[in-house]
Design a protein around this ligand. Structure first.
Ligand SMILES: Cc1cc2nc3c(=O)[nH]c(=O)nc-3n(C[C@H](O)[C@H](O)[C@H](O)COP(=O)(O)OP(=O)(O)OC[C@H]3O[C@@H](n4cnc5c(N)ncnc54)[C@H](O)[C@@H]3O)c2cc1C
Length: 419
């Protein structure tokens, strides 16, 4: 392997693998690092069903040869575009097969450091190799971003973990476990713990757990008109976010941030309604504090009706992920400081480029720029196409000796292009 590359891709989830598949077709020289499908294989609970419909649970290659539908057909697995939830295990197998076929050059190493400046980066790999790259794409997804509420963060590791830590919930058999959180992940983990014979309860600030209602299929015309289907669910707004992330990017920053914050509340898939009903729930309770007492965690909970305390063997914080640049510690602090941010995430040009030329970000950390669709695998469709075309055009211009087209990100997030 050369010690220098045009493009280095950090990550091996749906975004990074889709980008690599596109770059391969376009003949762009790249190296890609990461553990394939790691977030899904090692950090989501076995037995989980994907919330995204079959047609929106893909990795993307330019010709669409490696779709989930095709994978299921080849392996004689049940598949439907809509209405048949995709098991996590099937999606993982599919992602690994995609990697083997479309991105065989993936190197299963981690990047431990990124230093440098405009179009001149040095990457350190976990096997000691140092690599020079002219352009770097950070596609590390939800890894590094797990968020634990401050009120419980000080509990020792044997009493507290984040949902991120759990692929196998069987080890909690017989234990008293408290899941904190009211979103899809909390609901999935609590229901799966119940199936694994843990004594589980769910504590959530919200007074009601939201679970999507089941869609009528085939969708009647009235449903399709009032709420057209999209990769992130049925509604006109979701449809706009999924079809037009490039236009979303041009909206004023405050509007973008508001929609990213508020669109798609933390609701579970329709198929969880009955399963979560079996789990004891403390709804409308916030966390006021926590301490370790006699080998257990004691949680102090507050609600409109007062304060109560519970003791539990282990707390799982299913409290989400915060897409913040300063969590990506493998990027040198000086380089991170040079990246302009908005609400903690990098400000990105229409080509996913940060304010440091040659440094790109895709996936959930790009949501403030390109909208809520970036939090889902289906967001890779737009991101991989747009970014690969941009990276390939850089190569073509270099090859014929043209001056480089430069897109610069301004403080307000707008982009100025010049040659
Ligand atoms: C419980 C749960 C359920 C979800 N369900 C769905 C769903 O049903 N549908 C959906 O579309 N989305 C779902 N999501 C969101 C989903 O996680 C993201 O859409 C998706 O993972 C983003 O893909 P990605 O490629 O950006 O990153 P990830 O899939 O998170 O991949 C990150 C990659 O980065 C690599 N990496 C990290 N650090 C380094 C490093 N230093 N060096 C090299 N490589 C590194 C990892 O090895 C990994 O390969 C769910 C998320 C959670 C938490």
């Amino acid at each position: 392997m050369s010690q220098s590359t045009d493009v280095a891709i950090i990550g091996a989830g749906p975004n990074a693998l889709s980008l690599a598949a596109h770059l391969g077709e376009l003949g762009v020289q790249f190296r890609i690092f990461g553990k394939p499908m790691e977030s899904w294989l090692d950090h989501m609970p076995r037995g989980m069903l994907l919330k995204s419909e079959g047609f929106a649970s893909n990795l993307y290659d330019p010709l669409g040869r490696h779709s989930l539908r095709q994978f299921c057909e080849d392996n004689k697995l049940p598949y439907a575009d809509m209405g048949l939830p995709v098991p996590l295990e099937v999606f993982c197998d599919y992602g690994l097969a995609f990697q083997r076929r479309a991105v065989p050059t993936l190197e299963k190493k981690l990047v431990v450091s990124v230093t440098g400046k405009d179009r001149d980066f040095h990457l350190g790999l976990d096997d000691g190799e140092m690599l020079h790259a002219r352009r770097v794409v950070v596609a590390t997804g939800i890894s590094h971003l797990a968020h634990v509420p401050r009120a419980i963060a000080h509990l020792p590791a044997d009493l507290l973990s984040h949902g991120w830590a759990h692929a196998d919930l069987a080890r909690f058999k017989g234990a008293d476990v408290t899941v904190v959180g009211g979103g899809a992940s909390a609901i999935d983990i609590a229901a799966l713990l119940h199936d694994a014979d843990a004594r589980v309860r769910l504590v959530a600030r919200r007074p009601i757990l939201e679970v999507h209602s089941r869609m009528r299929l085939p969708r009647p015309l009235s449903d399709r008109l009032s709420a057209p289907m999209s990769g992130i669910g049925p509604s006109w707004r979701s449809w706009f976010f999924t079809e037009y992330p490039g236009i979303f990017h041009h909206l004023p920053a405050d509007r973008r941030l508001r929609w990213v914050r508020t669109h798609l509340g933390p609701a579970a898939g329709w198929f969880m309604a009955q399963r979560i009903a079996r789990v004891p729930q403390l709804l409308g309770y916030g966390l006021n504090g926590a301490k370790a007492v006699g080998g257990q965690a004691q949680l102090e909970l507050v609600s409109a009706s007062g304060v109560r305390s519970i003791k539990t063997d282990h707390v799982i914080a299913a409290t989400g992920y915060r897409p913040a640049l300063d969590r990506l510690k493998f990027i040198d602090p000086e380089l991170r400081a040079a990246v302009k941010t908005l609400a903690l995430a990098p400000v990105l040009s229409s080509n996913f480029q940060s304010s440091v030329a040659g440094l790109y970000f895709m996936g959930p950390i790009a949501a403030n720029s390109f909208g809520p669709v970036m939090r889902f695998a289906v967001g890779a469709k737009f991101a991989a196409r747009r970014l690969s075309q941009h990276l390939a055009s850089g190569v073509r211009q270099k090859a014929v000796g043209m001056p480089k087209a430069v897109s610069e990100v301004q403080h307000d997030g707008s982009v100025v292009g010049h040659a």
